[in-house]
Write a protein that binds this ligand. Structure first.
Ligand code: IDC
Length: 488
């Protein structure tokens, strides 16, 4: 089995390839050129399926520093189109694509890299471009074409080394090193969450607080810290429906969620879209809103491979039959647009598998949601929920795909003392069972469940430990260890 160590995940190209390709660029420079030396390396990764693909383009400057750049390439087939891009301004003429840097990523020092990407469509041929120029200089390139085993409609052949115009590190390994670049489109396999290599993985990350209250905590700097300092795999986007949330302005909240999906994608993190129902506890109260919201976000994000849908945060005071009925009406709305996305269904008793309302997991085990590629939610707050909850989750996880979309290291109020010993027992168990999780919250709320000290978000500095409360210190140390995602 091969592993990609997380420690190196932000470097994008195998070292051997860099050396070989840099040598080629130097040789191409005219000997008497008084201008700044130029050179570049591009690593291009395409994840394709029937009719569509996502391209990720890592650009490395091998010449002198530049303050802005223009990257150009030619698709092998003019049926290939950039539909929607990020981190650059795109234009296309026939098969020729031009991507111009943005204000924030134009400056590239010698040896510095930046990554851009786009969703595209294609008609007849595999979307692998053959050459790139950066500010007019031909770049050496590494091209990878990731297989997509979870997409049953994928008609394209998987990567062939012969398609690569230059040395490729290894056709079987993804070149990108972010969680999404390695794992690609996820799917449920048995009771696990599996990656594009059909291997079970665990995602570890953080939940936002309510977007209606803590929007100032979710920006490029805070998400850079989450991706690169915390090494998180996952951002849960908690969009409350009530409490001054979605119901007050559906368009604005939908846009806010989509913006955060893009920011997670740009950093190679999965985005968990949480329809944060809480009070009232019956998700059917919000059924029409859920259909409207999920129709919009699933259409808009269908081509992405980093989106997971959580359709009801914490059902309470409602039967499992009521939750199941809700799920079986909302899931088809998502599937109509995004057929291969994983969907997570809340469980009874504030997503305790029924335990907090005197029940247990058997009601779900014996009466599963009638849909494929579905997981079930379990939530806990470590200072309140201990051995009997752990035992029921472990029992359920033997027959149900479980995802801890939210948990706290404190009491169920979101406050109280940080409980290190119970939190450790919980996370050790989740690690052992490969159950993915998101911690409540990546925010500076004035409560002990928040990772950051109050006032941190106004200050704008998120990386490191000086800004963290006890829960944040603990969660950062748990999340930033190597993932060792299996790739074979
Ligand atoms: C809590 C917040 C708190 C906020 C309250 C409002 O921490 O600041 O005032 O919601 O509803 C959950 C819920 C989650 C709760 C959290 C802590 O999913 O919304 O957040 N919790 O009480 N379930 C169990 C605990």
């Amino acid at each position: 089995m091969q592993f990609l160590p997380r420690a190196s995940r932000r470097s994008v190209v195998a070292a051997g390839a860099v050396a070989a390709l840099a040598a080629g660029v130097t040789a191409a420079l005219p000997a008497v050129n008084a201008m700044a030396a130029t050179g570049c390396q591009v690593t291009y990764t395409a994840n394709s399926w029937a009719g569509g693909f996502t391209g990720n383009v890592a650009i490395k400057n091998l010449g002198d520093a530049v303050s802005s750049w223009t990257l150009k390439w030619t698709f092998p087939d003019s049926g290939q189109k950039v539909v929607q891009g990020w981190s650059a301004t795109y234009s296309q003429s026939g098969a020729n694509v031009t991507a111009v840097s943005m204000d924030y990523n134009g400056a590239l020092a010698t040896g510095a890299s930046t990554t851009i990407g786009f969703n595209g469509s294609w008609t007849t041929a595999n979307p692998i471009p053959t050459s790139f120029t950066l500010n007019g200089t031909v770049c050496t390139g590494t091209v990878t074409n990731s297989p997509s085993p979870s997409r049953s409609t994928n008609p394209s052949p998987s990567a062939s080394p012969s398609k690569s115009p230059s040395p490729s590190p290894s056709p079987s390994q993804p070149t990108g090193t972010t969680p999404v670049a390695i794992n690609g489109q996820l799917h449920v396999c048995g009771v696990n969450l599996c990656n594009q290599y059909n291997k079970p993985i665990q995602l570890r990350g953080m939940s936002t607080h309510g977007l209606q209250w803590f929007a100032n905590c979710y920006n490029d700097a805070s998400l850079d810290a989450l991706a690169n300092d915390w090494n998180a795999d996952l951002l849960r986007i908690a969009m409350y429906v009530q409490e001054q949330g979605y119901e007050t302005n559906p368009t604005a909240f939908t846009n806010q969620v989509n913006t955060l999906v893009d920011k997670a994608q740009a950093r190679g993190m999965y985005a968990l879209i949480d329809f944060h129902t809480l009070t009232p506890g019956d998700p059917n109260y919000n059924l029409d809103r859920a259909k409207t919201f999920f129709a919009a976000v699933s259409a808009r994000n269908a081509a992405k491979n980093n989106v997971i849908y959580e359709i009801a945060n914490e059902p309470n005071g409602v039967s499992w039959a009521g939750i199941k009925s809700y799920a079986e009406q909302v899931i088809p709305v998502i599937r109509a647009n995004d057929p291969d996305a994983v969907v997570i269904v809340g469980t009874r008793g504030w997503s305790s598998l029924g335990v907090s309302e005197g029940g247990n997991a058997s009601e779900v085990i014996n009466n599963k949601v009638n849909a494929q590629n579905v997981m079930y939610t379990f939530h806990f707050y470590a200072a309140s929920h201990k051995d009997n909850y752990r035992a029921e989750l472990e029992r359920a996880a033997a027959s149900l795909p479980m995802f801890v979309t939210e948990f706290g290291t404190v009491t169920y109020t979101g406050g109280g003392a940080f409980d290190q010993s119970s939190s450790t027992a919980w996370l050790d168990m989740l690690d052992r069972l490969k159950i993915s999780y998101a911690n409540w919250t990546y925010s500076d709320a004035s409560e002990s469940s928040a990772a950051f000290k109050p006032g941190t978000c106004a200050g704008g500095q998120y990386a490191g430990t000086s800004v963290l409360q006890d829960s944040g210190l603990f969660m950062r140390s748990r999340i930033r260890t190597a993932d060792n995602f299996p790739t074979s």
